[in-house]
Write a protein of this length. Structure first.
Length: 391
């Protein structure tokens, strides 16, 4: 269950926003209004409420692009609320003029809303199925990518292991075999150290024990002192062929790695496409859910109009007066529309305070007769002068 956000003064978040009292008052007015927007989910209303302080609280020249987008989003909701109030006034006026015709229009609107709801509800299972299928496809694409990544990593690890082995063999050849082969040592202990260092390498080559034993005896002699058999042993132990074989194995990994890289790239593209399709199906499902919510609200509004439809001219006039009063309350100085416009267009003087040329002074500029109330004529003049903008 979602709860409405607490008023500014009751916020308990770690980072609590603080504003001047007049700004804070208008923020609360706007929050309460958008928090009860019709045809919006509770989650959406909570989101809108929580967006108000952080977007409309700062002055216009203190907002970044995201805050500006939030202000426009809130303005869209305020405009819809105002339009609805205006429509109620128009409807009430039409009832006063031709109640029978209007009642028929309201009945048709109720039927239309029910039909739209039925159509959306009929379409919803297909949208749900499409989202489920897209989700399954995304999971399959993700598994394919995982296997492709694993396959590529395995080949790359095998190649890295071969290169490490090749480097080890090369180091052993240069540091230990060449000194033995060329007799480049002084003391027998030095020769013995080279021979011992070559032992693990020979084991890795699966050399016969007899060859390793003969190599030790041959290696302890300088080239000039070696017998023919010793020279043959040194030659047999040389591992140029082993190095060449490792080079061949490393080179052989290039083709399968290239193939695995292409498979990985294809899997990544397939997953991206599947994710995009899944997002689209979720958006479609959200749209049809929103359509059901809107048609429900439209049907409820139409039924309420029919249930409270005036039975006499006096009741019709009373309804018109209530609608006009509600609109005037919404758009008046203490209303949500005026509060939104004030906050939206408010600017600072560069140090966080309101300046003489800021939108904080706009009310006085528009209220030319100084009576504390902006009349329709004053608002029209303000619009023509560019002092305010239409919501």
């Amino acid at each position: 269950m979602f709860k409405r956000a607490a008023p500014i003064g009751e916020q308990t978040e770690t980072k609590r926003l603080k504003f001047q009292s007049d700004v804070e008052e208008k923020i609360d007015i706007v929050r309460k209004q958008v928090g009860n927007a019709e045809a919006r989910s509770d989650e959406c209303c909570v989101m809108l409420e929580n967006m108000v302080p952080g977007s409309l609280g700062p002055a216009m020249d203190e907002r970044d692009e995201l805050q500006t987008e939030a202000v426009e989003m809130i303005g869209k909701v305020i405009k819809a609320i105002e339009d609805e109030a205006v429509d109620k006034v128009k409807l009430a006026e039409e009832i006063c003029e031709d109640p029978e015709s209007v009642k028929k229009k309201v009945e048709e609107a109720a039927e239309r809303a029910q039909a739209e709801k039925a159509a959306a509800e009929k379409d919803k299972p297909a949208k749900q199925k499409a989202a489920q299928d897209a989700k399954a496809s995304l999971a399959k694409a993700d598994d394919t990518l995982r296997k492709a990544n694993n396959g590529l990593h395995k080949l790359e690890d095998e190649k890295a292991d071969l290169k490490d082995k090749r480097d080890t063999v090369e180091d052993a050849f240069i540091q230990h075999f060449v000194p033995i082969r060329d007799g480049d040592w002084e003391a027998e202990s030095e020769a013995l150290a080279h021979i011992r260092a070559l032992g693990p390498v020979f084991v890795g080559f699966d050399y016969e024990k007899s060859l390793m034993a003969a190599f030790k005896e041959a290696g302890m002699n300088k080239p000039a002192s070696r017998r023919s058999f010793d020279n043959q042993t040194i030659k047999s132990a040389a591992f140029e062929e082993r190095k060449a074989e490792l080079d061949k194995q490393i080179a052989a990994k290039a083709a399968p790695i290239g193939k695995a890289q292409k498979a990985q790239q294809a899997a990544e593209a397939a997953k991206a496409a599947a994710a995009q399709k899944y997002n689209h199906t979720l958006a479609d499902l959200g749209n049809v859910t929103g359509a059901i919510r809107k048609s429900n609200a439209d049907a409820l509004r139409a039924r309420q109009e029919l249930d409270t439809f005036p039975a006499t001219p006096q009741e019709a006039e009373a309804k018109r007066q209530r609608a006009k009063a509600a609109l005037e309350e919404l758009t008046g100085p203490k209303g949500a529309v005026s509060a939104y416009i004030y906050l939206r267009d408010r600017v600072s003087n560069g140090n966080g305070k309101e300046g003489d040329d800021s939108a904080d002074n706009l009310f006085n500029q528009i209220d030319t007769d100084g009576d504390g109330v902006i009349s329709k004529e004053e608002m029209a003049a303000g619009l023509s002068k560019g002092l305010v903008k239409k919501v």
